[in-house]
Design a protein around this ligand. Structure first.
Ligand SMILES: Cc1cc2nc3c(=O)[nH]c(=O)nc-3n(C[C@H](O)[C@H](O)[C@H](O)COP(=O)(O)O)c2cc1C
Ligand code: SF4
Ligand code: SF4
Ligand code: SF4
Length: 597
């Protein structure tokens, strides 16, 4: 790795940057300079290490020491103690909560022990802005191998044998997609990398592009060779500035090194790449909408067939593949299909990256072999539920997926098994919920998202999702009826059956699955006008417990509608008929005298 004696790798993922990661980097650089060590020690802003809960994270190479929750003011101690005197800064090492033991190497942390990094192999390991570091870790060797030793058909065969399936959500076999695109006859073909990543909470693709952009460029060139394309586009949302910046640097460096452009490896094969920006519409991640957007048209989906493999960008055969799918290609070419297919379950090979979020202790980015159980992800890797609360459900598949409950936590996960238990793999969003989460509210959250993201082309999706949202709003406001529940079901099936694209076809899934598993919770909202978790503020009934009230007047002072009455040091009372259920009094009372039963 580079000419530096020590590399201080600082996580440049969004989570760490939000916790002053940038200031940590700046302070480390300033202090290194002030101490005269800046020529032998380098500070590198890497891609995401995944352990976002413990950020900002620093890893020192080659010492293999992992520091967590680093603050800008810790930079001085890290340089003076670790870098100059060779003494580890104990207080910044990760402490495993159950063992109450400090752990230096990330390999020994429970968060990483069940993970297997294939797509994320270089994230946090290489400097994403230095092509030489990528090359030092076998970068572009797979491209060299396919161009000099394999025919396009052999490349496709290898990918087919590996069992790799698209990681963008659909799980279509990648080798087969390339085969179809290769078989389409045309003078010009295209490769598109789908980096739209619109699922709420998902950041797998961004992390790969920020942490290892060359792996995607190399794979696009391999895909181009396999299908017979000499040009590729990366369609990325404009809200990903760091990923865009790193892609631009990587493309420039690859061109200068002769690894993109004309006559690659002296074989006569040409391949170049351009970046196109999306405006952040979820529907533009759907491949036909993406292609329209790329062509400068409205980002609306169209009927398939014809599939892009036949008629895609500018009417030419096009292979659209997801970022994570691409990131798996070089290791398959170098280590072989057999190695890849030895990982995972019978029908889903390799690993999957998940953005683990919600009420779990270790929020972060995790890459696990297919076939692992959700229990292992949530409890062994994720460290269990926050504050010792009870697990309630986990949502996979983002707004297209569904909830999975305790009884299915031991199902080995793959594309088919998740469908079998009423959810789906999707692109990798995984949101954990505890006993305090209201399932009607969760369904409303996802439906609001799909309603707002509907492109409006077809009526069932455009109008149907709006009607469903209105019904859910009614229910969470305490105005719903049993007829509304029936209407929700009927609308769901109608929208699923008559929408044009995957957005509409799957939008009702979160509603249907929460109704299936948490029917009693819906009934409590409509019949008892009661939200069992107390999360639906519209149904809350704030009351003051006389025995606990000390008459401090704090609640009366914050009530925006002056509906709390009482004198100093006397019990206060809420006039429920005027209460707008804002919750201000509940959050203010220091004596736990206000409840929302
Ligand atoms: C509403 C909608 C949004 C989608 N968003 C994405 C996305 O952000 N990224 C992605 O790779 N695929 C997305 N897809 C799937 C793509 O249409 C396509 O199947 C995928 O890019 C193919 O790549 P893969 O075979 O490598 O998975 C979306 C599909 C739908 C219906
Ligand atoms: S289903 Fe929804 S998002 Fe898809 S084309 Fe129809 S209106 Fe647009
Ligand atoms: S804030 Fe609590 S203790 Fe104080 S008056 Fe209100 S209910 Fe009573
Ligand atoms: S919930 Fe809001 S409106 Fe109702 S009593 Fe409390 S502060 Fe007043």
């Amino acid at each position: 790795m580079s000419n530096y004696r020590i590399n201080i790798m600082v996580c440049g993922g969004t989570g760490c940057l939000a916790s002053e990661g940038d200031k940590v980097i700046r302070n480390l650089e300033l202090i290194l300079k002030a101490r005269g060590y800046d020529k032998e020690v380098q500070v590198v802003k890497t891609g995401c290490f995944g352990f976002c809960e413990q950020g900002p994270i620093i890893k020192i190479h080659p010492d293999n020491v992992f520091y967590v929750k680093v603050k800008p003011q810790d930079a001085k101690e890290i340089i003076d103690e670790h870098i100059i005197k060779g003494r580890k800064v104990e207080r910044l090492l990760y402490e495993e909560p159950n063992m109450q033991k400090k752990i230096e190497e990330h390999e020994n942390m429970p968060f990483y022990q069940k993970q297997l990094r294939v797509a994320l192999r270089n994230c946090g390991l290489v400097n994403p802005e230095d092509i030489h570091e990528y090359i030092a870790f076998d970068g572009y060797a797979a491209l060299g191998k396919v161009l000099t030793k394999m025919t396009p058909d052999e490349v496709i065969e290898e990918i087919q044998q590996s069992g790799l399936r698209g990681r963008g959500g659909g799980g279509f076999p990648t080798g087969l997609k390339w085969k179809f695109t290769r078989q389409s006859k045309a003078d010009q073909k295209y490769i598109i990398c789908n980096a739209d990543e619109g699922d709420p909470g998902a950041f797998m693709d961004r992390s790969i592009l920020e942490g290892d952009p060359h792996s995607v460029l190399e794979s696009m060139a391999i895909a181009g060779y396999a299908i017979g394309a000499d040009y590729g586009y990366i369609y990325i949302r404009a809200e990903y500035p760091l990923a865009i910046e790193r892609l631009n640097v990587a493309i420039k460096q690859a061109r200068e090194a002769g690894l993109l452009g004309k006559d690659l490896f002296g074989t006569g094969f040409n391949f170049d790449i351009d970046i196109k920006y999306g405006a952040g519409a979820f529907v533009c991640g759907e491949e036909t909408a993406l292609i329209h957007s790329l062509e400068g048209k409205r980002g609306e989906p169209t009927y398939k067939p014809p599939y892009p493999a036949e008629s895609g960008y500018k009417g030419m055969p096009t292979s659209v593949n997801n970022v994570e799918t691409f990131a798996n290609i070089p290791p398959i070419i170098l280590k072989g299909a057999k190695w890849f297919s030895s990982i995972g379950s019978e029908k889903s090979k390799g690993t999957k990256v998940f953005a683990l979020a919600g009420k779990v202790n270790n929020v972060g980015l995790v890459e696990v072999p297919m076939g692992i159980t959700l229990r292992e992800i949530i409890y062994d890797i994720g460290g269990g539920i926050q504050h010792g609360k009870k697990f309630k459900a986990v949502q996979t598949g983002g707004p297209s997926g569904g909830v999975i409950t305790e009884k299915d936590l031991d199902t080995p996960i793959d594309y088919e098994s998740l469908m079998g238990i009423g959810s789906m793999m999707g692109s990798g969003g995984m949101i954990v919920m505890d006993e305090d989460n209201c399932m009607v509210n969760i369904a409303k959250f996802y439906l609001e998202f799909t309603m707002e993201e509907s492109c409006g082309r077809c009526t069932p999706c455009r109008v149907g999702t709006k009607r469903m949202y209105e019904i859910l709003q009614k229910i969470t406001d305490g105005e719903g009826s049993m007829d509304d529940l029936q209407n929700l079901k009927e609308l769901s099936h109608m929208i699923k059956g008559s929408s044009l694209c995957g957005l509409g076809q799957t939008a009702p899934n979160p509603v249907l699955s929460t109704m299936h598993f948490f029917w009693d919770e819906y009934v409590a909202h409509v019949n008892d006008k009661h939200c069992p978790t107390g999360e639906c503020t519209g149904l809350a009934k704030y009351k003051i417990i006389p025995e606990k009230c000390v008459g401090c007047t704090a609640c009366a002072r914050v009530c925006p509608v002056d509906c709390i009455e009482g004198e100093v040091k006397k019990v206060h009372v809420i006039d429920e008929s005027r209460c707008i259920k804002c919750g201000a009094c509940f959050n203010t009372c220091k004596f736990s005298a206000i409840v929302k039963p």
